[in-house]
Design a protein around this ligand. Structure first.
Ligand code: FES
Length: 132
């Protein structure tokens, strides 16, 4: 056991769990377009069931996180297209957004998992864009 459950938090943040069996088929993956706070765009691969935090972490502007457990509301992200290719919003996500005064139209990147194509996200800089 690691202090403060850091290993569990890192696995959660990275969208991981137990590694796949050696003969398991590869997880499907899709291109995810990301618009950065400076307006630039990049595309990364998102594997099935990964969190948006994990997916954007492969690019130049990862979603900023605070807790990675769905408690703080720091990881807000705008879904421009592809909402149907993401996990549905849970009661917990709604409660955390309300408690942290997050725009209801935004999602929490550490709680949302990808499960299909056509996703385009806008990532915010929480230090420069206090209104996000
Ligand atoms: S990082 Fe805290 S709610 Fe996502």
């Amino acid at each position: 056991m690691t202090p403060f459950g850091i290993r569990k938090k890192l696995k959660s943040l990275l969208g991981g769990g137990a590694p796949p069996a050696p003969d398991a088929p590869p997880r499907p993956s899709w291109d995810v377009k990301v618009t950065a706070p400076d307006g630039s765009e990049y595309t990364v691969k998102g594997k099935e069931d990964e969190t948006l935090v994990a997916v954007t972490g492969r690019g130049a502007y990862p979603i900023m996180t605070g807790c990675a457990e769905g408690d703080c509301g720091t990881c807000r992200v705008e879904v421009i297209t592809g909402m149907g290719s993401l996990s549905v919003e849970t009661d917990r996500e709604q409660r955390v957004k309300e408690a942290n005064k997050v725009d209801p139209a935004l999602r929490l990147g550490c709680q949302v998992r990808i499960n299909g194509p056509g996703v385009h996200l806008r990532v915010f800089d929480p230090f420069a864009d206090a209104e996000a």
